[in-house]
Every structure is written in structure tokens, then in C-alpha cells.
Design a binder for this molecule. Sequence first.
Ligand code: Z5A
Length: 208
Amino acid sequence: MSGRFITIEGGEGAGKSTAQAYIAKKLEQSGHSVVCTREPGGTPLAEAIRHTLLNLEGEAPIEMAELLLVFAARAQHLAKVIEPALEKGQWVICDRFTDATFAYQGAARGLPLEAISKLERLVQGERRPHAVVLMDLSPEIGMARARARGALDRFEQEDIAFYDRVRAGYLSRAKALPAQYSIVDASQRLDAVRQDLSQLIDDWLSHD
Ligand code: Z5A
């Protein structure tokens, strides 16, 4: 069995972690070895970068520093976790990856998409997700879910306009890459979301 690289994307509180746990459980039940990981993060160094990026204390990174930190974490994560797992034939289910960079640092912060594409080629070579699951949700609902959970991090302090740009950025990526992207309506009840995810999983497994 060959490994597959699946990424889960979406705005704040869209249900990515919930979807990741569900997908991993279903794949394991069908006999696949699964690695669940996240970005920024996934290794001790990359988790330290995550802490720097999300923490409200200390110096806030300027946009370009934020972009480079995200890719520094990604380089480490790819080399130490993602590539070794794929080589072993495992399925890697990653909570966010480079599509988040296009949405957050590109569409929302306004950094040039071409610069992000150059870093993507430099850091990842040809590596791209086999499938991207976009948990699409209005920022109003996502922020309400996140607020209900507790203290907000640096990104969660951004206003709705920022999250409208994030959502538009993701939807425009999905339009440009229809073969790679699947959009799940994350405003549905959890059982309906799970049903949509089950269909996607069946589709992936039928091409295994
Ligand atoms: N970032 C970046 O800027 N550039 C990059 O390249 C990368 C990341 C990779 C950290 O990400 C930040 O890094 C992120 C962008 C930036 N900042 N933001 N925003 P993160 O992965 O921690 O992002 P997050 O959006 O903060 O994740 P989250 O808040 O943990 O949300 P989630 O994983 O999407 O949702 P969840 O934990 O599964 O669900 C949230 C709550 O809703 C929870 O109580 C659930 O029980 C509930 N839920 C889930 N589904 C449903 C449904 N269907 N109905 C009702 N309630 C639900």
C-alpha cells in the first residue's frame, strides 16, 4: 500500500482537528497506518516556531518574517516527519499546510503569491498534497466556535475582514486546483460533515 498526503484546511474553528481525528480513525479501521500532524508544528523545532507565531507575548513578527518562519517550520516538518512517513507507505493527515500560507500570508496579509510559490518550490520541491480537504465556514460561525473554546491566540485576534480574505483565498485556490481540492460545508451538523468526509475517504481508498 502506498502512502498518501492529505491536508485539511479552513479558517478559524472550521472543524479541522475534528475532521482529522475522524479521517484518521476511518483509515486505521480500513487497515492503513496513519500519521496525524499539524502546521505550523509537528517537530520540536517547528512547534517552537508555532509558539513564537501564535503567542501574544513578545515581539510580533512582521509579515515577511511570519512567512519565512512558516516555511522554516515546514522544511523541518517535511524532512523529519512527512517524507519519512510517506516513504514507509503511511498516510499523513496534516492539519494545515502550504494552502494555509497562500490564504493567510498571501490573501489575508497581502504578501505576493509569487513569492509564496517560489518558497513552496524551494522548500518542497515537487511535494504537494494528494488531496486538500477545505472545511468551508463563515468566519462569524468559526470565530464564535473558537471564542467558546477559550483564550484567543495572535491570529484569532484578527478581525472578521481578515478572515473574509482568508476564506476568499482558500476558495480561489480551490477553484484553481479542482482536482486536488474537496470542499466540505463545515456549517452542517457534525453527522452530516462526517458523512461528507466518509465519501471522500471511500473515494481515496477506491484509488489506492
Ligand atoms: N498559519 C498561517 O498563518 N500560515 C500557515 O502556513 C499555517 C498556519 C500552516 C494556527 O493554526 C494558526 O497558524 C492559524 C493560521 C496560521 N491561525 N488561525 N486562525 P491552527 O491549526 O491552530 O488553527 P485554528 O483555526 O486556530 O484551529 P482550531 O481553532 O483548533 O480549529 P479547528 O481545528 O478548525 O476546529 P476544531 O478544533 O475541530 O473545532 C472547533 C470547535 O468547534 C470545537 O469545539 C468543536 O467541537 C466544534 N465543532 C467542530 N465541528 C463542528 C460542527 N460541525 N458543528 C458544531 N461544532 C463543531
